[in-house]
Design a protein around this ligand. Structure first.
Ligand code: ZN
Length: 165
């Protein structure tokens, strides 16, 4: 990222910080009493016996910067069966053995309308890396940006606009 001067602040950013969510949006919106029903950790979240979520990475490619995507640390709702399977395998070096499964985005990304419940493919990475997400190819701006990429200037402006830096 060093060859770019940020159009917003004038500095050059060596790398883009991950825009991370501490928990899913419905956890964030819950009051203190309701939060007691959540079991929330760094990688796994469960709400009663009803909602099962995992932490994953949603990357938007930055054009000309293959090692510097705009990355969101997001939560994904998955099926109860997959959650238990994931829970017992995600720390494994070979966590990819679980294969690809499906989920639904559980964070409202600022600047993108209706990102909650977008369908995603979850791809376990193994080697203690959080899984990568691939959005279902729809006309949603997030899906189009993941397919087409965005410019470094757009990525830096996004992070400034929404408090990511
Ligand atoms: Zn900047």
């Amino acid at each position: 990222m060093s060859k770019f001067t940020c159009p917003t602040c004038g500095k050059s950013h060596d790398e883009l910080p991950v825009y991370a969510f501490e928990g899913p949006t419905f956890w964030k919106a819950a009051d203190a009493e309701e939060r007691k029903n959540f079991d929330l950790g760094p990688d796994l979240c469960r709400y009663k016996d009803e909602h099962f979520l995992i932490r994953a990475r949603l990357q938007i490619p930055v054009l000309g910067e293959p090692d510097n995507p705009l990355e969101f640390g997001v939560w994904v709702a998955i099926s109860k069966d997959n959650w238990w399977k994931y829970r017992t395998t995600y720390m494994d070096f070979n966590a990819t053995a679980m294969g690809v499964f499906y989920g639904w985005l559980a964070n409202a990304l600022p600047g993108y309308e209706d990102s909650v419940n977008l369908k995603v493919e979850v791809r376990p990475q193994g080697q203690a890396m959080r899984p990568l997400l691939v959005l279902e190819p729809t006309d949603h701006p997030l899906a189009r940006e993941q397919q087409n990429g965005i410019t470094a200037e757009t990525a830096m402006k996004y992070l400034h606009d929404w408090g990511g830096f």
